[in-house]
Design a protein around this ligand. Structure first.
Ligand code: AKG
Ligand code: FE2
Length: 364
């Protein structure tokens, strides 16, 4: 391999340390009571408490016995490997651009530094309804459609099956989170009626400069909740809330890593829970695959603190914003990366929100 493009180099203070800090304590939560019991039964207070503690103290946790069939996960992982193993020209036949925002992409930047990865994005609903313009007064609605490659032919089926299975888990988790905030279990359900959720296939090739580059630079996820499948290579690091240290989220076979996104932080919990920064290290020997499912509400969702959580003692910390406009702004800004931060601030006109979401400017 020749010279590495310096566009990949992180600023010195953001470069990864190659010695690993094991993430002692990222909670591991067993969901078997949800999958084995009668679905009409309420989750136990013990489980709700575990979720509350994990969301409050970490913003990240892992779940096992989650109900997503292992074969469904294996099928999408295998299809993803086949897709990315193709020559670049083939993959670029389904590349993402300003008009077709879904598909293959290999030049994503997080905070203006290029990520050492390639991705394939698909939405869970096809079509997905989105706001057509990020201009605040424009009410027009647009549709996003998935793009599917010819090869491998089973990629589409594998992705669709996976999306439906993980969606079920995401709904269950939102119920647990609602209960953990003292809300009705179905309090969040309606927000996802016309969801804008998407699945991303991530491929991190071996990297000759793992001390300089990152697979994904530090960021927070902007949606409600992320459900991540990672293979056994490892690389995800989470910024521990207690001391700001980057810690390694060790792969656990067949577990999903869950993290609270900005919507839950900013609005639906009025900051009881926090969306936590994370990043991905790469290594010079092994390629890595991961699959995040970004659980996002309908585009017309007005994201604002729930009235039940706001009181004189706990006033709303954020003003309302429109999720669809926010999502579109980020998609568009991906193609005009230097303007990103200005676009964000000017469109939402809410300085405190812009600060809170600064970490979410990457297109997740
Ligand atoms: O690959 C991973 O482990 C995480 C990826 C991630 O954080 C993202 O795509 O937002
Ligand atoms: Fe992320």
């Amino acid at each position: 391999m020749g010279e590495v493009d310096p566009a990949y180099f992180q600023q010195p203070e953001h470069r990864p340390k190659l010695e690993i800090v094991q993430a002692q304590g990222i909670p591991l939560i067993d969901l078997s009571e949800l999958t084995s019991n009668d679905p009409s039964q309420q989750p136990s207070e013990t489980l709700v408490e575990e979720i509350r503690n994990a969301c409050r103290d970490w913003g990240f946790f892992q779940v096992v016995n989650h109900g997503v069939p292992l074969e469904t996960r294996q099928r999408i992982m295998a299809a993803s490997k086949e897709f990315f193993a193709q020559p670049l020209d083939e993959k670029r036949k389904v590349r993402r651009d300003e008009k077709r925002v879904l598909g293959y992409y290999d030049t994503e930047h997080t905070k203006n530094v290029r990520d050492w990865k390639e991705v394939f994005d698909l939405t869970v609903e096809d079509p997905t309804f989105v706001t057509a313009s990020y201009h605040p007064d424009d009410q027009e609605v647009d549709e996003w459609h998935n793009q599917w490659p010819d090869f491998p032919p089973h990629l589409r089926g594998a992705c669709e099956e996976y999306a439906r299975a993980v969606e079920k888990l995401a709904f269950k988790l939102m119920e647990l989170i609602a209960l953990s905030l003292g809300l009705r279990a179905d309090r969040f359900e309606d927000f996802f009626k016309d969801q804008t959720s998407f699945v991303r296939l991530n491929h991190y090739p071996p990297c000759p400069v793992p001390h300089l580059a990152l697979g994904v630079g530090r960021h927070k996820d902007a949606g409600a909740l992320t459900v991540l499948a990672q293979d056994d290579v490892g690389g995800l690091e989470v910024k521990r809330k207690s001391d700001g240290q980057w810690v390694w989220a060790s792969p656990t076979p067949d577990a999903y890593i869950i993290n609270v996104g900005d919507i839950i932080q900013v609005v639906w919990s009025n900051e009881a829970y926090e969306s936590v920064e994370h990043r991905v290290m790469v290594n010079s020997e092994r390629e890595r695959f991961s699959i995040p499912f970004f659980f996002n509400p309908s585009h017309y969702t007005v994201v604002e603190p729930l009235e039940e959580l706001v009181s004189n003692e706990s006033p709303a910390k954020y003003k309302a914003y429109n999720w669809g406009k926010f999502l579109l702004t980020r998609k568009a800004s991906n193609f005009k990366k230097l303007d990103v931060e200005n676009i964000q601030i000017s469109h939402f006109r809410v300085p405190e929100l812009a600060d809170a979401l600064e970490g979410a400017l990457k297109l997740n």
